[in-house]
Design a protein around this ligand. Structure first.
Ligand code: PEP
Ligand code: MN
Length: 264
């Protein structure tokens, strides 16, 4: 895979003078929750609404997502707010359903990036399409697996690509839920400087109070965007409640980043 400015082309459509903001709940829970959050996000810097429909929980027994039903809610949110949408796909059936419901951007979860078999199947399902695909780092700190996933999409002609840095799991205790290991995305960017890089501070932090400093570090490292889990009532979220913020807190976050970085 050659490095190519073409990889960044999909970012142009947003016409932004600040990093791309993707925000929305960890999980789509109800139609009301998705719409309410989306409407509140309309008044923020957010360009793309995120919500997980199929949730890859590490252990069974937790909320595993509403499934395809949630795609209709995302569609409605897009119609009502004009926000673009993104959701996680983990197999070719998900891809098919997401495409049928006009999801704008697909993301690959950290537990999928570890599986070259699954990545290959998803990449083949998207063969030759213009779809934008954002690939989260694998759960484990393995640069080759991450690069390999990017290359599998590229080889199928999927060239509107980006990567999401969501941190890496560790058995050792840490203040982070997933340790950032900033060097890994830097090494990835050294190979593919034109591949857009987005920070997911929510899954790195695991709690709200570390999100700002993680975003600041990402800006210092010239990341292209952030994906922040945002819920109109975070404490009541059905998944990842501790790390989600309200749309109002997101406004504060981006304003503070703006002031600190003196960008317009
Ligand atoms: C998510 O974005 O809600 C999610 C499940 O993320 P990850 O794949 O990074 O764990
Ligand atoms: Mn989550």
């Amino acid at each position: 895979m050659e490095n190519s400015p073409q990889l960044r082309g999909w970012l142009d459509q947003f016409n932004l003078d600040h990093p791309l903001v993707i925000a929305g709940p960890c999980s789509a829970e109800t139609e009301e929750q998705v719409l309410k959050t989306a409407h509140q996000l309309k008044d923020t810097d957010t360009s793309v609404l995120r919500a997980g429909i199929w949730k890859p929980r590490t252990r069974p027994g937790n909320f595993e997502g509403v499934g395809a039903l949630g795609l209709k809610w995302l569609q409605k949110a897009k119609e009502e707010t004009g926000l673009m949408t993104t959701t996680e796909v983990a197999n070719p059936i998900h891809v098919d359903l997401a495409l049928k419901h006009d999801v704008d951007i697909l993301w690959i979860g950290a537990r999928t990036t570890v599986s070259p078999f699954m990545i290959q199947e998803i990449a083949e399902a998207l063969k030759g399409t213009e779809k934008t695909v954002l690939i989260k780092n694998p759960v484990n700190p393995d640069l080759a697996l991450w690069l390999g996933a990017v290359e599998r999409f590229y080889k199928q002609g999927v060239k509107n690509l980006g990567v999401i840095h969501r941190g890496f799991s560790t058995y050792n205790k840490s203040v982070y839920r997933n340790i950032p290991e900033w060097q890994i995305p830097i090494d990835l960017q050294n190979e593919f400087p034109d591949l857009p890089l987005i920070l997911d501070p929510s899954h790195i932090a695991g709690k709200r109070n570390l999100i700002f400093e993680l975003c600041q570090t990402a800006l210092d490292l010239n990341y292209d965007g952030i994906m922040v889990e945002t819920h109109y009532n975070p404490d009541k979220a059905w998944s990842d409640a501790k790390q989600q913020i309200t749309p109002n807190t997101l406004i504060e976050l981006t304003e503070n980043l703006r002031v600190r970085n003196k960008v317009s």
